[in-house]
Design a protein around this ligand. Sequence first.
Ligand code: UGA
Length: 433
Amino acid sequence: MRIAVVGAGYVGLVTAACFAELENDVVCVDIDKEKIKNLNSNIVPIYEPGLEEFVARNKERQKLKFTDDLRKAIAKSEIVFICVGTPPKENGEADLSYVEGVARAIAEVMSSYKVIVEKSTVPVETGEKVAKAIKSYNSHNVDFDVVSNPEFLREGSAVKDFMQPDRIVVGCESERAKQIMAELYKPLKAPIIFTDIKSAEIIKHASNSFLATKISFINAIANICELAGADVGKVAEGMGYDKRISRAFLNAGIGYGGFCFPKDAEAFIRIAEKFGYDFKLLKSVQEINKAQRKHFVNKIEKALWVVKGKTIAILGLSFKPDTDDMRFAPSIDIINQLQSEGAKIKAYDPAAMEKAKSVLRDITYCNNPYEAAKDADALAIVTEWNEFKNLDFKKIKSLMKHPLIVDGRDIYNPESLKKEGFAYISIGRKDVF
Ligand code: UGA
């Protein structure tokens, strides 16, 4: 099929490369000329396992093209995926001006039937508005259908999530578009859930909000475990064997970050509000998430007694492992709070240090965990990169001024670290000294 993907961000690039891999003819469009120039030289602007190979291979075999010519790309396609950004406005609502711009451009150049698919995360009723915008700017009265096909891609495993999805959600209200979408996704052999457009839009926000709720729930339980002297890892394991609950997304820690959960939870609260529903549950999820970062900083402060003038080594800056994404990363709040107390910060991250430089100030960036640990009064685990799981603790201890590890992701065994001679403080478990 001939596909245009509008927007070459995380979602657009992965969608374009994967549909090309699945034998479609794809053109990916972005207004950022520099980005398009780079992509045409096989320079992929994001770190996403498998993406570079897919881009290079499919460009080579002419299945994938990049352009900044939106109109030409739309004119030649049967299906147009809208994958442009929906950043948060000041009041937390999603800014839909890019989506509207694409809808208008589609309307103006459309000369044959098209399926227009919203893949960006949008508030319920956006499909209706897209259809209305296209109708009002489409002077030739060309037939079209709008479909909502939300993405469920995680950063760091987006290509895998696209190629092996748990489910595909298609909100569509015409038989013609339904057939086309079913044909398009046939090679993936995943269950396709067909719904009306509004339900598909809500499925996306509800899914992300539910996952955020699981995380805040387990973080609340972690707090109770700390007070009671229990172990949140064991509690999560015991709960997780119940298939109705499942162990996934029950890792206690410093709370969720990234560009999806914080912005989508906020947007969903605003959407509910507009319909007259006060989404108190989701507001509590946000509060717990915010408090968890502060709780982590408090643990460091309590362990050091006085933070002013102390050196704290931060391992991990990205909002989660296997990505260089710093957007809404918990590390930002944590470092800012520690710096405001007068701490000196050394940091190491395997991928995110370049991006961190534009959001964090006065940090000594290091080449590896050992360089970060040198002369530190405390070592704080902020992102659970695999490379931090098997450190040489004898070396770390010999380098640090004071053998204290505060682990925001519970990646170590408390007893093992105690044996290595560390004071070890983690989340939802007993501290060991
Ligand atoms: C999330 C969803 O998982 C995707 O399904 C969705 O498509 C995407 O948002 C989106 O809307 O675009 P992502 O933000 O890439 O994907 O990352 P996740 O792996 O879901 O992690 C989100 C945050 O939750 C991270 O900060 C992570 O550290 C935290 N988390 C996750 C926990 O604190 N505990 C857990 O048990 C799991």
